[in-house]
Ligand binder design. Structure first.
Ligand SMILES: NC(=O)c1ccc[n+]([C@@H]2O[C@H](COP(=O)([O-])OP(=O)(O)OC[C@H]3O[C@@H](n4cnc5c(N)ncnc54)[C@H](OP(=O)(O)O)[C@@H]3O)[C@@H](O)[C@H]2O)c1
Length: 332
């Protein structure tokens, strides 16, 4: 496999965040959602190579349709002695159509990923629904439902059971709001360790970020670069482009790095864990290296804080129920 002479990063140099259990999670992970652009084998090859070059944290999900291929890649590097299972942090997620089949879904991910346990298992979205992969944003599931706390708690009880059984070490949430998390924190037996949420310079979600942090939950930031190559169907006329923001571009020029890498540095220094995606070694390694050298100054951090545009890219249109708009998904 070609590495284009991309230099490895010593995983010991990548900082870690401590979860409320005391477990440590690497401060940057590799995303594995290929959108329409990359197939499962290409992404699995990137995971294999990324681990060889120093990545220890991989963000997976059953709905990404590539856990089997990624599992083979992970098994290969473990077998070759590149890394041990304990040195890796592997996340997976239960999809919206499986809220009543959490155990089955987790076991399938474990089997596909060829693992005995997951480090983190997330409820991907708090809304149960079904839709075929790659559907248009206008597609709706007639059976889609809004957030119903009792239903979510039934899903969460099944998540807690996975921890009891040792199949997953931590459980967490994704695409939540403060009010939904308040209900969950009131009623859970095992608290979420992480909340995965969209976070980039144009969508900083300060209130939600502060809420999770104050409650001892670590924020994992998805689309940290603003997902510039997401499919056209997921873009709207109002969407901004964080890596084209003059503030980000100027900071990138000052450091001699790509604007994407500025986004990663900002994320880590701000306190969330970014999970940038790329299958290109020069890109994903510059994202990992971002955390080990040449930090942004306090002035630059403040300048980025000031360019929040409250611009959500992953709106979730297809998950809406009858009569709802995507904004309703995020209201309370
Ligand atoms: N929990 C959820 O609901 C949820 C939702 C969305 C995403 N996620 C997770 O978050 C991950 C990341 O999100 P994302 O892929 O949508 O967005 P992203 O990481 O913000 O953007 C990825 C894009 O940025 C480009 N890129 C990456 N590193 C770069 C660099 N150093 N220089 C220049 N360009 C760079 C890549 O270009 P190339 O294509 O050229 O490599 C890729 O297309 C996903 O893979 C998935 O694991 C979770």
């Amino acid at each position: 496999m070609q590495t284009n002479q991309v230099l490895p990063v010593d995983p010991a140099k990548v900082s870690k965040k401590t979860l409320y259990t005391g477990a440590k999670i690497p401060a940057v992970g590799l995303g594995t959602f290929g959108s329409d652009n990359y197939n499962a084998n290409t992404i699995a090859d990137a995971v294999e190579q990324a681990i060889r070059l120093g990545y220890r944290h991989i963000d997976c999900a059953s709905v990404y349709g590539n856990e089997k291929e990624i599992g083979a890649a992970i098994a290969k590097v473990i077998k070759e002695g590149v890394v041990t299972r304990e040195e890796l942090w592997i996340t997976s997620k239960v999809w919206n159509d499986s809220h009543r089949r959490v155990a089955e879904s987790a076991r399938k991910s474990l089997k596909d990923l060829q693992l005995d346990y997951l480090d983190l298992y997330l409820v991907h979205w708090p809304f149960p629904n079904f839709h075929a992969p790659k559907v248009d944003v206008d597609s709706r599931d007639p059976n889609a439902k809004p957030y119903i706390h009792e239903d979510y708690m039934q899903t969460w009880r099944a998540m807690e059971k996975l921890v009891d059984e040792g199949l997953v070490r931590h459980i967490g949430t994704s695409n939540m709001t403060v009010s939904k998390l308040e209900l969950l924190l009131r009623d859970c037996r095992i608290k979420p360790a992480c909340n995965e949420m969209e976070m980039h310079p144009h969508f900083q979600q300060q209130a939600l970020f502060d809420f999770v942090t104050q409650n001892g939950i670590v924020a994992i930031g998805y689309c940290p670069i603003g997902s510039p190559n997401r499919p056209e169907r997921d873009k709207t006329a109002d969407d901004t482009v964080p890596i084209e923001d003059p503030v980000i571009v100027a900071i990138a020029q000052a450091h001699g790095i790509h604007p994407a890498v500025v986004c990663i540095k900002w994320a880590v220094q701000n306190g969330q864990i970014p999970i940038p995606f790329s299958v290109k070694p020069e890109k994903y390694m510059s994202n990992l290296r971002a955390t080990t050298e040449d930090p942004l100054t306090e002035y630059e951090m403040k300048a980025i804080q000031a360019i929040d545009r409250n611009c959500r890219f992953i709106k979730g249109q297809v998950f809406t129920w009858e009569g709802a708009t995507w904004e309703d998904l995020w209201k309370d």
